[in-house]
Write a protein of this length. Structure first.
Length: 828
RNA sequence: GCCCCCAUAGCCCAAUGGCAGAGGCAGACGACUUAAAAUCGUUCCAGUGUGGGUUCGAGUCCCACUGGGGGCACCA
């Protein structure tokens, strides 16, 4: 007897999960490689994960949202390619290897298997035939091929320079990997080191990378666009040549304010530049000693100290003089650490009156200040605040009386005429440092030969496979562990055949991820990086989904690669990702989850407790996707309740499959079709939370119909429930499939098409019209949808509330928006 | 310091310039139950951060401010 009472009134979500997984393995609904497929294409891409441990809540959000989009387009009749792979090279594998004495390779591949199993259980709609792993030789040989293509074009080059060095990771870092002077990965303070390193000439594409952001306006989050613009940082100005006393060549400086040239009262050269060393070499021993001491101190300080803007200005007078080309004045040349060696020319003209940094320097070291722009602001010498506003030029010869803009163009004209300068632009963006002194990455395909120099490895010798980690000392020591692989390093020179050595550095893993979206097109090809034919069919990516953490690095590099590949003729487009969605982070109690903070929510625990469907639904329903989700604010249990509601709905339907819906209850049919009208728009605009809310509304309406006088046998109940099952499958595919089966269909709700709304069911015959007086609501009235202005006026005349409100007032105006609104305006 | 985004009920969030509430969470009450859970139903709750402006009408558009978040930052 108890058995009867305890009969389950809801679904066993875990049994349902286990039931459908093997069915789907068989059905393979997300395979996209059928050549005969006539559906239009859609390339939906999730940023591929780094295989460290198991999936976490962040992955769960990203893949839930990416899945909504991919599954939606399938149900709209598209052939959707939704691939997955692993960004499998990188430091964590190596660090785990060092710490736990594991092979980085084994560690990585084990983690990939863990990921794969979790993605399957999370019901990700991936095309499992297109898997890539960047640590597979079949993948990274194409990194090497691309490197050589770049090399041929002069886009890959080696130079000695001061580079960012992480003392903890014991490797160089790209500019983009230094955040606030610290290593992005381990937070150690980054230092500078002079090293010979490989670079990609991304600066050659700076203009295009900046200008083409225009094409992405409205298709990428504006935040990402502005971050990229900031990062590239183009400025316009002029290069000005200053003749130097006792030196044949002039010193060229870059300035954005050539209008203030008359106010340049001294010059400053970056202390760590070659130019500074050269200038002082001709000075007195005292100066040389002072310079050396200052230089040593600068080198000792790190970027965090050096970048502190409130630090007092320091410097050394070189004792040398330059000639101001505007007025012929001799001005002293100083060296200082506030001028950067690798921006512009490493030397500046100092205009202390109109530049705060120069003014600080002038005041600290007693240098003259000359006002050349009258801005109406207080005297900068007295206030210590440089006047940077608009104004009229003074003390500036031919420029006197001009505005800033006019003075800039006139000065540039004069300089160009006299051969002392020219218009110029500069970028904050630096070339991309790609070599790393670590093991677990793509070997750089260059051989160093004593007689031939740098020799590119011939294509037919690719891939250069990594030597086995066995026997290698992977511990960071500042030089690549590959140097210890004797047999691997020592090779005959491909050019002359004499003994030579391989380059022992490996590539930055951002190289791997700069083109992976193309590799998915032909993931197993041994003859090309990607099929040009497939690329013209599938690429560019229609929809990219990933975290905003990659707003600069990865997206900029991928855009760069795409433009290079376009120039090389391998692709026919210039932007890789047509549309971008950045999902927010998953937080717990207001802050990022971490073990050390003690607020870590484990995805595995959540799945064990609520099931994949409820977690996925919670991710979609939590709010706008780009906002952060605080796990403390959302309710996976609530999602579970909704899913049970859906299940009971399907369970209660008592209409045979294939019934003619047209005889169904009109009210519910209208609800179903207005859902169909709105749902697609919501999903296409990434308003997943609103889409789920609409779905809940439809479930509520169907429930009401079943429980009310219409009952479970009405055809409209089946229509509504089938639409619920299809729409639900974007969020909670297990339950949707279960419902689909309960409704009498064969497995594969993911492939069932979402119909268009029937327009005939969207027309309403009446609506609630609003009667306002002076903009305030006074009454409402049911009117026909084709009510005229006169009908509204009549309704207002007939309304006691309206008449009361206008009583004794003079009507000045009547605004009518038939059929829904009338506003009677009275004299105030 | 410069640039960008956000602010609606106790909470998460909706709302083509036209009735502030679609949905959910939490709460309260009721039905079912010996009881509880589950379920179903009903219900309480803000005038939209502050101050101006535009408009017949502003959560929505404009300006300023406050608070929160983010990006860049000695880039000449």
């Amino acid at each position: 007897m108890n058995e009867i009472r305890n009969e389950p009134t809801g679904p066993d979500v875990f049994a349902i999960q286990e039931k459908w997984l093997p069915v789907w393995d068989e059905l393979r609904p997300f395979a996209s490689g059928n050549k005969d497929d006539i559906r239009p294409k859609k390339y939906v891409l999730d940023m591929f994960p780094y295989p460290s441990g198991d999936l976490h809540m962040g992955h769960a959000e990203a893949y839930a949202l990416g899945d909504v989009i991919a599954r939606y387009w399938i149900q709209k009749g598209y052939n959707v390619m939704h691939p997955i792979g692993w960004d499998a090279f990188g430091l964590p594998a190596e660090n785990a290897a060092i710490k736990r004495k594991l092979d980085p390779k084994a560690w990585t591949y084990d983690n990939i298997e863990i990921h794969k199993a979790s993605m399957r259980r999370y019901a990700c709609s991936f095309d499992w035939d297109r898997i890539i792993r960047t640590c597979d030789p079949i993948y990274y040989r194409w990194n090497q091929w691309l490197f050589l293509e770049f090399y041929k074009k002069g886009l890959a080059y080696r130079k000695n320079s001061m580079v960012n060095w992480c003392p903890s990771c014991q490797t160089v870092l790209a500019n983009e990997q230094v955040v606030g002077g610290a290593c992005e990965r381990c937070d150690s303070v980054v230092t500078k080191k002079a090293l010979t390193q490989w670079f990609f000439r991304v600066t050659e594409y700076a203009d295009r990378l900046l200008d083409d952001l225009e094409l992405l306006e409205c298709a990428w989050p504006s935040k990402v666009l502005s971050m990229q613009r900031n990062w590239i940082g183009r400025s316009y100005g002029a290069e000005v040549d200053f003749a130097v006393d006792g030196r044949t060549e002039p010193i060229t400086v870059y300035t954005t304010r050539p209008d203030t040239l008359y106010g340049a009262t001294f010059m400053v050269v970056a202390v760590d530049s070659d130019l500074a060393a050269e200038l002082v070499s001709g000075s007195t021993p005292e100066v040389r000693m002072q310079f050396q001491a200052y230089l040593d101190e600068t080198k000792k300080s790190n970027d965090i100290e050096r970048m502190a803007t409130d630090r007092a200005k320091t410097g050394v007078d070189t004792g040398r003089f330059a000639v101001n080309p505007a007025n012929g004045e001799l001005i002293p040349i100083w060296v200082s650490d506030y001028v950067l060696a690798d921006y512009g020319t490493g030397a500046i003209m100092a205009v202390p009156a109109h530049d705060q940094r120069d003014l600080d320097f002038a005041r600290a070291l007693g240098l003259p200040v000359r006002v050349v722009v009258e801005t109406g602001e207080a005297d900068s010498v007295e206030t210590g605040v440089a006047t940077v506003g608009e104004g009229v030029l003074v003390n500036s010869g031919a420029l006197n009386g001009l505005s800033k803009v006019d003075a800039i163009s006139k000065m540039v004209g004069i300089l160009e005429e006299e051969g002392k300068g020219k218009a110029a632009k500069n970028f904050r963006l630096r070339d991309w440092l790609i070599s790393r002194q670590r093991y677990w990455g793509t070997p750089i395909p260059i051989v160093h030969c004593e007689s031939c120099g740098e020799v590119p490895v011939p294509q037919d010798q690719l891939p250069i496979e990594l030597p086995s980690a066995e026997g290698l000392d992977l511990a960071p020591k500042g030089t690549s562990p590959l140097g210890g692989a004797e047999e691997w390093v020592n090779v005959p020179c491909p050019s002359c055949g004499k003994p030579a050595k391989r380059d022992t550095d490996t590539m930055d893993t951002f190289v791997d991820s700069s083109w992976y979206f193309l590799r998915y097109l032909s993931p197993n090809s041994e003859t090309e990086a990607f099929s040009k034919e497939e690329a013209s069919k599938w690429a560019p990516v229609d929809q990219y989904v990933g975290g905003v953490t990659h707003a600069i690095l990865h997206l900029l590099y991928a855009r760069f690669f795409t433009k290079v590949l376009q120039d090389l003729g391998y692709v026919d487009f210039g932007e890789p990702f047509t549309r971008l969605l950045n999902q927010g982070m998953v937080l717990m109690n207001g802050s990022a989850m971490s073990k050390s903070r003690g607020n870590l929510v484990k995805l595995g625990d959540q799945l064990d407790e609520h099931g994949a469907d409820a977690i996925r639904l919670t991710m979609a329903f939590a709010g706008p996707p780009e906002d952060d989700i605080d796990w403390a604010d959302v309710s996976p249990a609530g999602s579970g309740k909704f899913l049970a509601r859906c299940w009971r709905l399907a369970n209660d339907v008592d209409v045979r499959v294939g019934v003619d819906f047209s005889k169904g209850n009109l009210e519910l049919r209208k609800a179903t079709h207005s859902f169909l009208r709105d749902f697609g728009t919501n999903i296409e605009n990434f308003k997943f939370n609103v889409g789920v809310a609409k779905l809940m509304e439809l479930v509520n309406a169907a429930r009401k119909t079943i429980d009310g006088s219409v009952g479970p046998t009405d055809p409209a109940v089946r229509e509504a429930t089938e639409i619920v099952a299809k729409a639900l499958s974007l969020f909670s595919p297990f339950m949707a499939e279960e419902m689909w089966e309960m409704l009498g269909h064969k497995p594969g709700v993911a492939l069932a098409l979402l119909p268009e709304a029937d327009p005939a069911l969207l027309v309403e015959s009446t609506l609630t019209a609003v009667l306002q007086v002076d903009g305030k609501l006074r009454d409402t009235v049911e009117l026909s949808v084709d009510a005229t202005d006169a009908d509204l006026q009549a309704a207002a005349d007939a309304s006691a509330a309206v008449q009361r409100a206008i009583e004794g007032r003079e009507i000045t105006k009547v605004i009518v928006r038939a059929p829904k609104l009338i506003n009677i305006v009275t004299k105030q």
